[in-house]
Design a protein around this ligand. Structure first.
Ligand code: SAM
Ligand code: BIE
Ligand code: MG
Length: 214
């Protein structure tokens, strides 16, 4: 039977990237998505914005909602100090299996905890299961109708502290109007928009960075 796109993406990583070299994994995936098959990774252009936010924050505890093949996981984890931790949630088992191999190929498995499950089920369990009090950075990149409910859930679970940064992908394309309206009008957030393009295309897209004010 025909392979899946994530399986073909993993093959491209194993063929073209060097084990233990995160940058070569990132480049191999970007080349595959530009020249072989588009895939819904954050990509190189928006990825550079993600990198700058991570470098500015130097976060100890990061939560990623939506792993897919692990491209953004590798982008974030490669910038973290060894003691820092990135927890990434993915409820599609096939995608999770590919992502584990991509993350391991990059040599970053020690900094990443990939949890196979739904954000709504695992956000309430961060304290008792992972001993996490609050996150320094949350990267939202899962199904777009979940951004707002999961943000409210994180607030209710006390996972956000003064200064926690929410970075949301795709606020223009496919778009997250209800989430944008919330973070831009709530007195609990200071928000700003980073204009860019939908990964590997000329369509407009961007990231919204929202700082929780407590
Ligand atoms: C756009 S892809 C993630 C791309 C990845 N962040 C990157 O930039 O490389 C979205 C992923 O979120 C997963 N997903 C969607 N809703 C979810 C949820 N509620 N909980 C966990 N995973 C979810 C999907 O299965 C899919 O793999
Ligand atoms: O929703 C899509 C989508 C819709 C239709 C076809 C393919 C993808 C998408 C597009 C770009 C993204 O960066 C992204 O995160 C997603 N997503 O699924 O979460
Ligand atoms: Mg996205």
């Amino acid at each position: 039977t025909r392979s899946t796109r994530p399986q073909r993406l993993l093959k491209a990583v194993q063929k073209n990237a060097t084990r233990g070299d995160p940058q070569s994994v990132i480049s191999a995936i970007d080349h595959f998505c530009r020249h072989s098959e588009w895939a819904m990774n954050i990509g190189d252009e928006k990825g550079t914005i993600l990198d700058s936010v991570v470098n500015e924050l130097n976060p100890e505890k990061v939560l990623e909602l939506g792993t897919y093949c692990g491209y953004s996981t590798v982008r974030i984890a490669r910038l973290l100090p060894p003691g820092a931790r990135l927890i990434t949630l993915e409820f599609n088992g096939d995608y999770a299996a590919i992502a584990r191999q991509v993350i391991t190929w990059a040599g970053l498995e020690d900094r990443v905890q990939l949890v196979e499950g739904a954000s709504e089920d695992w956000i309430p369990r961060m304290k008792e299961h992972f001993g996490i009090e609050t996150f320094d950075l949350v990267f939202l990149d899962h199904w777009k109708d979940r951004y707002l409910p999961d943000t409210k859930l994180m607030e209710d679970c006390g996972l956000l502290r003064k200064g926690t940064v929410l970075l949301a992908d795709n606020v223009i394309c496919p778009g997250v109007p209800d989430y944008l309206q919330y973070v831009r009008n709530s007195l609990s957030y200071k928000s700003c928009y980073f204009k860019s393009h939908l990964e590997y295309t000329k369509a407009e897209d961007g990231l919204e960075k929202s700082v929780f004010l407590g």
